[in-house]
Design a protein around this ligand. Sequence first.
Ligand code: ADP
Ligand code: MG
Length: 323
Amino acid sequence: MSKALPLLEVKNLKKYYGDSSNLFRRNPEVVKAVDGVSFTIEKGETFGLVGESGSGKSTIGKSILRLSSITDGEVLYKGQNIHKLSKKDMRNLRPKLQFIFQDPYSSLNPRIRIGDAIGEALIDHGLVDKSEIRERVLEVLDICGLAPYQIDRYPHEFSGGQRQRIGIARAIILNPDFIVADEPVSALDVSIQAQIINLFSDLQKERDITFLFISHDLSVVEHLCSKIGVLYLGTMMELGSRDQLYGNPLHPYTKALLSAVPVPDPTLKRERIIIKGDIPNPADPPKGCKFHTRCPIATDMCRIEVPEFREVEANHFVACHFA
Ligand code: ADP
Ligand code: MG
C-alpha cells in the first residue's frame, strides 16, 4: 500500500520579508511573499508555477533549493527536510539541485570563456578529473544545441537564446535530479522561446530530470508541464493537472489568465477576460480572498472570508468560494 515518495514536497511554506522584530519601528512592513503554499512534485514530472510578477514565484523557487531561508513550513526532498540538513549534507546534495535563471548573462563573468564557465561547477564540486572536463563540456554543449567551436568564446559573443542554452548547460553538466527554471524564456523573443522550450522538452524525454518551471505566462507552461499551480500574492489559488487547468479552470484568476492565451483554432476563440486594476501592495494585501479587489464575481463574503483551498475533484484544488 505504500505509495512512492514524491521527489519534492512543499508543506505550508511561508517566506516573509521585512523585520518584524525591530522594536524601534512600530509598524515594520512585512511582505508575506509566500504565505502557506503546499504542493508536491513527483519524480520525472514538470510542475508549472504561474502568476503575475510579484506573486512569489522566485521566492518559492529559491526557498525550495535553500538559496534563501524560509519563515515557516517544510521542504522535503526525497523525504529529507532541506532546511534542516547540515551544511555538509547540503553541500553534498547541492549538485543534484540546480537553478536556471531568467538572465544567465548576469551570472556569467564576461572575461571567462564559456567552456570554463560551464566546467567550473564540476571543478568546484570535485566531480570529475581535470582531464575529462573538456569532454564533458563538449557533450553538454552538444545536448544544448551549441557548437564545439563555441567552447572558447566569451559571453558577449552569444545571443540571448544561446546564453540561455549556456545557462542550461551549466545546470545539466552536474547531472541534477531536480531543476528550478525561473522564467527561463521570459526575456526571449517568441521564436527563440519556442526553441528553448523544445530544448527543455528534449531534456525531459532524454534525461530523468524533474523540473519546477516558473513562468508568468500560461501559454509557455502548457507544452511542458503536467501539473500546474496558479499563484496570486503568495497564495496558491488553483492547482491541478494540465488537462484540469486548461480544460476546466475553476478560479476566476485562472480563467482570466487563460483567456489571454491564444488558441490555435480561431473558431474556438476564448472570451477575453480583462482583470481590472493592478496587483495590490503585497505589504498590505486585501482581506478575505486576496483576489476579491480584481475579481469579476466577488461578493461581500469574498471581502471577509478567506476561501479554503479545497479539493473539488481528484487532485484539483481551488481557493474560491464559488468554484
Ligand atoms: P515573482 O518571482 O513572482 O515576481 P518574487 O518572489 O520575486 O515574485 O517576489 C514576491 C514578493 O516578495 C514581492 O512583493 C517582492 O517585492 C518581495 N521580495 C522579493 N524578494 C525580496 C527581498 N529580498 N526583500 C524584500 N522583499 C522581497
Ligand atoms: Mg520572479
